[in-house]
Design a protein. Structure first.
Length: 447
C-alpha cells in the first residue's frame, strides 16, 4: 500500500522543485476529493478516541431537535428560560479592570496564575466560609471557568485500568458524565430524592459499588434542583471518602445566589467544621453567576494541595492558563462583595414574585439556592415534560428545558421526567411575563 507521503514522492521523482510542488498539490486535492465522495471506503485513514461514542447529545441539542419543525406564535416575543446564562449587567468596575489591564495580552500567562489572583481567591474563601488561613501557593488555582476544570479533574484522578466508577447526582450537569466516560470510567447515577428537597441520597448506592468509586461529583447548590447539602450530608460523604479513598469534586458555582438569611454551606467549610482536613476534596467556584461575567470564563479550584499539585502538572500540558487581563479583572471581582449583594437582591425579588404565580398551575417551590425553578408540570394535566415544553414554545414562544433532558433513566426511573427547568436569569419584568404566559398556557391545557 502506498502512503500519502509515498505517493507524493512517486509523483515528484525527477521533477524540478516547482513542478514537484504542483504535482503534490494536485495529488493532495485529488485524494481529498475522493475521500469526501466515498467517506466509508477511507475510514481507516481516521483514528478517533472510541470513548467519544459514549457521549450523549447535550440538552440544548435535544431541545433544538424538539423545536426543529415548530413555528412559534408570532403574536409573542421570544422569552428563554432554557439556558442558565446570567443576564444581569456586568458590573462596571469589573469591565474597567479588564480594560485597564489589556496590556496583559502581550504576555504569556503562567498556568498557576499570579500570586495576586491566588491570594485573592484564598482570602475570599477564608471570608466566605470562615476558614483558617490558606496558602495561596498550594491551596488554590485559577481556572478558565469551573466547567473546564470539572472535566479536567477526572482525567487527573481516575485510573482507567481499574474499571473505575464516577458517582454523579441525577439530574446533573452533563459535564460530569462526559468527564467520566472520557477518563475511561463509568458513571453511576444517584437519583435526587424529593423527600430530601431533591438532594441525592448517597445511602442508596449499593455496597459493592463503593470500592470501585474513584471520583464523586456533587453540585451544591444543585443544578437544577437548588438543593444544598447539610453538615450531616457532608459528614456521611466524608466518611465514605475516608473509607474508600475516592475524591470529592464539589461544584459550588451557584453558592452566592440564595434566598434565606444564611449562605449555603460549602464543602471546605463543612470539612473545617467537622475538624477534618481537605484530603481528597476539591471545591470549584466561578465568577459567572456570582458577578455576571459568564464570558470572562474565570473560576478556581481549591482544597487538597496534593491533588492540586498533580492538577497543575496536567494543566501545564493541557494549556489552560488564564489571560493576565482576565486575572486582573477577576481579582477586582473576588475582592468586592457589594455587587454580589445587589445581584442577590435582584434574584430574591424576582423569585418571590415569580414562584407563587407559577405555583398556581405547577408543582414548584422556592429552592434552597441557585437561579433555577425545578417544576413538575402534571399538577393539573397529564403531559410529558418534553411535550409541555414543545407546546409552550409553539403557542406562547417561551423556552423551558425538559427535565428528562438533564437526567438519565437510572434504577428504574428518570428523576427529571414530568419536570421542567426554568432559569430565571433575565430581568424581573421579562421573567414575570414568561410566568404569566406559562400560567395562561397551562390553564388552557387543563380546561
Amino acid at each position: 500500500m502506498i502512503t500519502l507521503r509515498g505517493a507524493y514522492s512517486e509523483v515528484s521523482k525527477g521533477k524540478p522543485c516547482r513542478e514537484a510542488r504542483a504535482h503534490r498539490t494536485a495529488l493532495r486535492v485529488g485524494i481529498a476529493s475522493i475521500i469526501r465522495r466515498f467517506p466509508t471506503h477511507f475510514h481507516h485513514f481516521r483514528s478517533v478516541n472510541p470513548l467519544l461514542s459514549k457521549l450523549q447529545p447535550y440538552p440544548f441539542e435535544k431541545l433544538r431537535h424538539l423545536f426543529g419543525r415548530v413555528t412559534p406564535n408570532a403574536k409573542f416575543s421570544a422569552i428563554s428560560l432554557g439556558i442558565g446564562e446570567p443576564k444581569h449587567p456586568t458590573p462596571l468596575f469589573i469591565q474597567q479592570a479588564l480594560a485597564d489591564n489589556l496590556s496583559g495580552l502581550a504576555t504569556y500567562p503562567t498556568t498557576a496564575g499570579t500570586d495576586q489572583i491566588r491570594r485573592a481567591i484564598c482570602r475570599w474563601l477564608e471570608r466566605r466560609y470562615q476558614l483558617p488561613t490558606l496558602n495561596p501557593a498550594t491551596d488554590a488555582l485559577p481556572v478558565n471557568g469551573s466547567r473546564e476544570a470539572l472535566f479536567a479533574l477526572a482525567q487527573v484522578v481516575i485510573d482507567p485500568a481499574a474499571k473505575a466508577v464516577v458517582v454523579c447526582p441525577n439530574p446533573f450537569y452533563q459535564i460530569y458524565e462526559g468527564a467520566a466516560f472520557l477518563a475511561g470510567a463509568e458513571p453511576f447515577f444517584v437519583n435526587s430524592d424529593p423527600a430530601r428537597n431533591f438532594a441525592p441520597d448517597f445511602s442508596s448506592v449499593p455496597a459493592d459499588v463503593w470500592p470501585r468509586v474513584q471520583l464523586l461529583y456533587i453540585c451544591t447548590p444543585g443544578n437544577p434542583t437548588g438543593a444544598v447539602l447539610t453538615l450531616d450530608d457532608w459528614r456521611a460523604l466524608f466518611a465514605l471518602s475516608d473509607k474508600y479513598g475516592f475524591v470529592i469534586a464539589a461544584d459550588e458555582c451557584y453558592s452566592e445566589i440564595y434566598f434565606g438569611d444564611h449562605p449555603p454551606l460549602g464543602a471546605m467549610q463543612a470539612a473545617n467544621q467537622l475538624g477534618r482536613g481537605y484530603q481528597r476534596l476539591v471545591a470549584f467556584s466561578s465568577l459567572s453567576k456570582r458577578s455576571n461575567v459568564p464570558g470572562m470564563r474565570s473560576g478556581f479550584v481549591a482544597g487538597d494541595a496534593d491533588i492540586l499539585k498533580q492538577f497543575l502538572l496536567y494543566r501545564t500540558y493541557h494549556g489552560s492558563a488564564m489571560s493576565p487581563s482576565v486575572q486582573a479583572a477577576s481579582i477586582a471581582a473576588w475582592n468586592d462583595e457589594d455587587h454580589v449583594v445587589k445581584n442577590r437582591e435582584k434574584y430574591i425579588r424576582k423569585f418571590k414574585q415569580v414562584t407563587p404565580l407559577l405555583a398556581e398551575v405547577l408543582d414548584v417551590a422556592l429552592p434552597d439556592a441557585g437561579f433555577y425553578l425545578w417544576a413538575k408540570v402534571d399538577k393539573l394535566i397529564n403531559i410529558s415534560d418534553a411535550e409541555y415544553a414543545k407546546q409552550l414554545y409553539a403557542e406562547y414562544h417561551v423556552t423551558v428545558l425538559p427535565g428528562s433532558y438533564v437526567a438519565r433513566e437510572a434504577h428504574g426511573w428518570n428523576p427529571g421526567a414530568s419536570r421542567i427547568r426554568m432559569a430565571l436569569v433575565a430581568e424581573v419584568d421579562e421573567c414575570l411575563e414568561a410566568a404569566q404566559r406559562i400560567v395562561e398556557f397551562t390553564r388552557k391545557l387543563a380546561a
